[in-house]
Design a binder for this molecule. Sequence first.
Ligand SMILES: Cc1cc2nc3c(=O)[nH]c(=O)nc-3n(C[C@H](O)[C@H](O)[C@H](O)COP(=O)(O)OP(=O)(O)OC[C@H]3O[C@@H](n4cnc5c(N)ncnc54)[C@H](O)[C@@H]3O)c2cc1C
Length: 461
Amino acid sequence: MTQVHFRHDTELPPGSTGLKVIVVGLGIGGIAAAVECHRRGHTVIGFEKSTGKTAVGDSLGIGFNAALVFDQWGGGSVAQALNRDRGMVEEMVIYDENGDLVAKSDVAGFDPGNGYLMWRYHAARAIEDHAQTLGLDLHYGVRVEEYWENDHQAGIIVDGNRISADCVIVADGVNSRGRSAIKGDTVKLQDTGNVAFRGGFESGSLQNDPTTQWLFEGVEEQDRLIEYIGKNVLVMIGTGRNGKDIDDPTETERYEAADVDEALRQISHWPVYDKIATVIGKMPERTCYKHRLFISDPINEWVSPKGRMIMVGDAAHPMVPTLGQGASQAVEDSAVVAICLQLCAGDVSMGLKAAQAIRAPRATLIQRAGVELLTAVHANGSEDRTTFTRPYWIYLHDCQRHAYQEYSKVVQSLKTGVPYSPTNIPAGATWNVGHEAELGPKIQAFRAAIQAGGDTYTLLP
Ligand SMILES: Cc1cc2nc3c(=O)[nH]c(=O)nc-3n(C[C@H](O)[C@H](O)[C@H](O)COP(=O)(O)OP(=O)(O)OC[C@H]3O[C@@H](n4cnc5c(N)ncnc54)[C@H](O)[C@@H]3O)c2cc1C
């Protein structure tokens, strides 16, 4: 029985810790790092290679575990902005390749009021807009390729200019350059051989098209989230609030423009093909992207040799999208790094190593679980995907309170060499496929315990 000891959120005045932090990569993880470092009293300077907001991508899940972080931003205004543009999804309906119903699953943990399922574009906009209102020093259109560190400082070199800080948070995604600066060439990305064809677009004329009406049934009440699963291929189609045109289609190396016909060829043998093709075939030009899925072996060390750089998010744990935790784990990483820097009393290296000790076992276990689930779904088709896998231990977790609780224990372990046993994953670092059916009620109880300001809550059975 593991008990979480709550400690109230400690937000500090901007700049009050005296620490300057560089954040490289301003995706979901990097923006979370920038805002959370600002909230914990550090001075932030951020760099992002893309020039602006991008509509590449489609649905992104932000689980309850990460929504807890966003809930605190802007006195609730960020949660409001996310809710405005979210998909109002309460259930996922799963069919096989014949179009026969296999199962219905709730989406607890991502459902309205607890988490979010929404177009990545809107999620990114909501949090980027908040970062702008805080007046953070964020630079877009700057590709960071060179890093440096010594015993006292770390930084980057941009256009020949050396920019210094107390530490660097590397949040530059799966193809991370910063990872090589931290780990040399020890991390090899592995191509899973899986490709996601992704796209989000305004539904517009499809809503009045008789051949696509099936998708819009009941959307006034509830958005749709539909999966079709066959051997080796999974199709997910959903509705939600739709947005603007793609503004930067070749923005990341992982996303290459794709031909919709190429996507459709993957399911041309399915009996349900004609129905699905009515929607996918109508994707506007330049909205379909090919996203090759890469993973790595678990990376347990995220901190650089001199202790002044740390990687977070996809840079530290490239994930496949099966568990819907890529963004959430990046947010947890960033929130915990900011707290450890707040608590480190100027010992930046100790703070970053403590963050690594708290975060790496959890994030790498989820990374591994996602790959195992992907393999099982591909091998067995819909048989292994009758529910949307959401283990309790992933969702019933408040990473910020946990970090405040664990920090001194972790530091003690780092100083004495006595191993630290993580309390944010199941004992033995094992996990099982399958949904834990009472997640919804348990989330309500967990939230109530937080709101009541209670001292403890049972985290893991
Ligand atoms: C354009 C895009 C679309 C996506 N669409 C989806 C989706 O539809 N569904 C889904 O589940 N996941 C999607 N993802 C992945 C998802 O956002 C991440 O898995 C998750 O949010 C973890 O985020 P991250 O911040 O660690 O990495 P990312 O979200 O990949 O962010 C990394 C950021 O670093 C920037 N960057 C990279 N290299 C450099 C450099 N050298 N210098 C400066 N900046 C750099 C990138 O431009 C990017 O903004 C997408 C990612 C991107 C970048």
